[in-house]
Design a protein around this ligand. Structure first.
Ligand SMILES: [Zn+2]
Length: 422
């Protein structure tokens, strides 16, 4: 499979919302960073092309001027005395946003060995892997991610460590534990309860509106920026059907009202159509995957402004890997992947808002940008795919004041190496 977009833009270089260009500076270049307290240096990024994500135009011969933590201007002339970094025949773009990642894990080729590894690794050990995955994601051009579900608070630690400058990775909005029903897609493997403690609201597993409200409160207590629910079953879990509802409308309404009170958005993992209807009526902000959604449900999403985060990459990967999965999971993978393309085309035709998301961790971290190619193969224009991965994903995440377009006032992502010299 060829990611068509990246073939057209062989030297994509990302700035902006988060300035990965500075991450590429050599230690000698980084060392001339002004010391703390000094006036911030003005840096001009110059390249042959610019896609600022404020529209669909590819512009020629433009510059981005950055001072301190913000973009000062886009276009015009370089200010006198500024340091100019000439990137030649590159394209300046806002940092990409992946609205659906699992930065704290990566599935192995052997499904049951993955289960064993997830059970046996200590949280501190897993955090070292998470830091590696975060760095790979940043180096792949993704400067902001929404992390939708993790164990052992490794996601919270990773986000905090990156924010403190002790690890290198994208800006992270994280969900802590995904919230779902006992026996559902987010519950632990079906170990006998006298050997492995069954999960409860602390781990995101709940029954009834009160317990589900409690589960949301716990995730927010520990630092959730967003709430994730399992509205329907999933592919990579053994016990549940892929498409049936796994939370009641009362449970989902309790979750959404509690999350929205705290100004947290709710992302609903959902393959099945009936489950999606319940989730949309309950007020979720996005449907993740959406494999079996009907046109009526997609129209309802458009009417209510609910985003689709299609995760084409997950559909592509699980169908490619299906032969290696246990038979009941392989059957779910094939059924979901077979339905997904038709749903995606219908969503585009109907005009459902689409935000870029990949389910990274289901496939190896760092391949996120293949999603652009998978979407354009199904008829999305390259410009629309870029907007889904920048401006539109920023809106879904609620971070559009800082990231998503190249405009004056938007934030720069200071790299770990750059910060370490300050
Ligand atoms: Zn996921």
């Amino acid at each position: 499979m060829t990611p068509a977009l990246l073939v057209k833009m062989p030297r994509v270089l990302l700035v902006a919302a988060q300035l990965t260009a500075l991450a590429a500076l050599s230690p000698a270049q980084a060392a001339d960073t002004p010391p703390a307290g000094a006036a911030p240096e003005t840096v001009v990024l110059k390249a042959a092309h610019l896609f600022d994500s404020t529209g669909t135009q590819l512009k020629n011969g433009s510059i981005v001027v950055v001072r301190g933590e913000r973009i000062v201007s886009v276009g015009g002339a370089a200010p006198a005395g500024a340091r100019v970094i000439d990137l030649g025949d590159a394209t300046l773009l806002p940092g990409f946003i992946d609205a659906h990642t699992h930065l704290t894990l990566e599935l192995e080729k052997d499904y049951y060995h993955s289960v064993y590894t997830r059970m046996m690794r200590f949280p501190a050990e897993q955090a070292l892997y998470a830091a590696l995955y975060a760095r790979r994601t940043l180096e792949a051009g993704f400067t902001t991610v929404r992390n939708l579900g993790a164990w052992d608070f490794v996601d919270v630690g990773l986000r905090n460590g990156i924010n403190a400058g002790v690890a290198e990775g994208p800006r992270i909005l994280t969900a802590v534990h995904g919230i779902g029903s006992p026996g559902g897609h987010f519950d632990n493997y079906s170990f006998p309860p006298d050997r492995v403690k069954p999960w409860g609201p602390i781990e995101g597993i709940c029954s009834g509106a009160d317990q589900c409200r409690e589960a949301v409160r716990y995730q927010m207590k520990w630092g959730a920026d967003v709430i994730k629910i399992a509205a329907s079953g999933g592919v990579l879990s053994e016990a549940d059907p892929v498409d049936v509802p796994q939370l009641t409308s009362e449970e989902m309404s309790a979750i959404v009202s509690e999350a929205h009170k705290w100004k947290r958005k709710v992302a609903a993992h959902c393959h099945g159509d009936a489950a999606a209807r319940l989730a949309i009526e309950a007020g979720v902000d996005s449907i993740e995957h959406g494999s079996f959604l009907t046109e009526d449900t997609l129209k309802l999403m458009k009417a209510k402004g609910v985003y689709l985060v299609p995760t084409r990459m997950a559909a592509y990967w699980v169908s490619k890997m299906a032969d290696t999965y246990p038979p009941q999971i392989a059957a779910k993978a094939r059924a979901a992947a077979a339905a997904h393309g038709t749903m995606f085309k219908a969503a585009m035709r109907i005009g459902v808002p689409i935000a870029f998301g990949t389910d990274a961790g289901v496939y190896p971290h760092g391949m996120n940008a293949m999603e652009f190619g998978l979407m354009t193969e199904l008829g999305m224009s390259p410009a629309a795919a870029l907007l889904a991965g920048t401006r539109d994903a920023a809106k879904l995440l609620g971070v559009q004041a800082d990231v998503g377009t190249l405009e004056a006032g938007k934030a720069r992502r200071t790299s770990w190496r750059y910060r370490a010299t300050c």
